[in-house]
Design a binder for this molecule. Structure first.
Ligand code: OSB
Ligand code: MG
Length: 369
């Protein structure tokens, strides 16, 4: 596989509903897509960086700069037998994992097509059906939230996760548990609390949550270990896990009992495989996180979720929950059992709607070897 050229483009897509977390509100996405042109094959990747550097240090604009000025030039004209070989080349750039993942994942997408196998099988997937949950943002009122949860429970989603922050937490969880005593329920704070709020955080134990995701500082595994020792509820780390070394440290320290793996946050399929393998060997369940992806990122999330360690429902849900029109064909749909079937077709298993992608494109660069 020779990388003859790379296209990077930004598309803009309005969300069907605004998505609010403890760090901010998103109404429209600015998504970078990467196309690796390898002979007659085009591999596609999606950058999961947000519009602003609020979830992590990266943003759409930093990723554009790093992809155009560093990562793409490093790969142009190179030939690889395996997508994985790109990792050691891209490694010279420190961090910027979401930018790297967009490019590395495009090469995995190309490699799967080149080998004529589904992407999920190429990466080592074994599950032919994945379990799906939903992530529900902060709402204008409790009544709004109850309505949203009702819709998703009826649709069949296997786990409900709600975003929390100080002032939108205890009442929320208490109301939901009252309505639905038995559903798999979890919450995600996106680092909205500090250890000084330990007495407050102890109150979360009464709700029998599957997990509390990333309650404390994004860069602080040690404080999560101190908190986990004080709580009955399992902690799950998202932002804090950037690679398998973070995962190893977190498990050694007892900072969490569950890990959320996001392809962009860890820098691509190769590192995601590493984190999954480590967690599975330690008996720690993982699940696939989401970053409000378009269909391309969504298809890659489906592939990753077929790895054997993904034993908990992920934040991988139907295209229509986010988009008026997704950029893949078919769109992602979820069964009434709350599952998505691993696609049978080769590569990512979903076609790109290139005419629609062109219509949504606001900037594009074609880089040639
Ligand atoms: O922390 O999981 C998160 C969305 C944007 C940024 C961070 C997160 C999220 C979600 C949405 O929870 C998950 C999804 O794509 O459905
Ligand atoms: Mg999270």
């Amino acid at each position: 596989m020779r990388i003859d050229a790379i296209t990077i483009r930004e598309i803009q897509m309005p969300l069907v509903h605004p998505f609010e977390t403890s760090f901010g509100r998103t109404t429209a996405r600015r998504i970078i897509l990467v196309t690796a042109h390898c002979g007659s094959i085009d591999g596609w990747g999606e950058c999961t960086a947000g519009e602003h550097p609020f979830f992590s240090e990266e943003s759409t604009d930093t990723a554009w700069h790093i992809l155009r000025d560093y990562l793409a030039p490093m790969l142009l004209g190179k030939s690889f037998e395996y997508a994985h070989e790109s990792v050691s080349v891209l490694e010279r750039v420190r961090a910027h994992r979401m930018a790297k993942a967009a490019l590395e994942n495009a090469l995995w997408d190309a490699e799967a097509q080149h080998r004529n196998v589904p992407l999920w099988q190429l990466i080592g997937g074994t599950l032919d059906e994945i379990a799906c949950g939903v992530s529900i943002g902060i709402q204008p009122s409790l009544d709004h939230l109850v309505g949203k949860v009702e819709t998703e429970v009826v649709a069949g989603y296997q786990r409900i996760k709600v975003k929390v922050k100080p002032g939108w937490d205890i009442d929320v969880l208490s109301r939901l548990r009252h309505h639905w005593p038995d559903i798999l329920l979890s919450c995600d704070a996106n680092s909205a609390y500090t250890l000084d709020q330990l007495d407050h955080l102890r109150k979360f134990d009464q709700f029998r949550l599957l997990m509390i995701e990333q309650p404390l500082w994004s860069d602080d595994i040690h404080s999560h270990a101190r908190l986990q020792a004080e709580l009955q509820t399992s902690l799950c780390l998202d932002e804090s896990i950037r690679h398998h070394r973070d995962a190893a440290a977190a498990l050694d320290l007892g900072a969490c009992r569950i890990i959320n793996i996001k392809l962009g946050r860890v820098g691509g399929f190769s590192e995601a495989q590493h984190v999954e393998h480590l967690c599975r060997s330690e008996g720690v369940p993982v699940w696939c996180g989401g970053m409000l992806e378009s269909g391309i990122g969504r298809s890659h999330n489906i592939a990753m979720s077929t790895l054997p360690g993904f034993t908990l429902p992920g934040d991988v849900s139907a295209s229509a929950r986010y988009w008026y029109e997704d950029i893949i064909d078919p769109e992602v749909t979820v069964s009434t059992k709350g599952t998505i079937a691993a696609p049978k077709a080769v590569g990512r298993g979903f076609d790109i709607r290139e005419v629609l992608v062109d219509k949504l494109t606001v900037r594009k660069e074609f880089l040639r070897a």
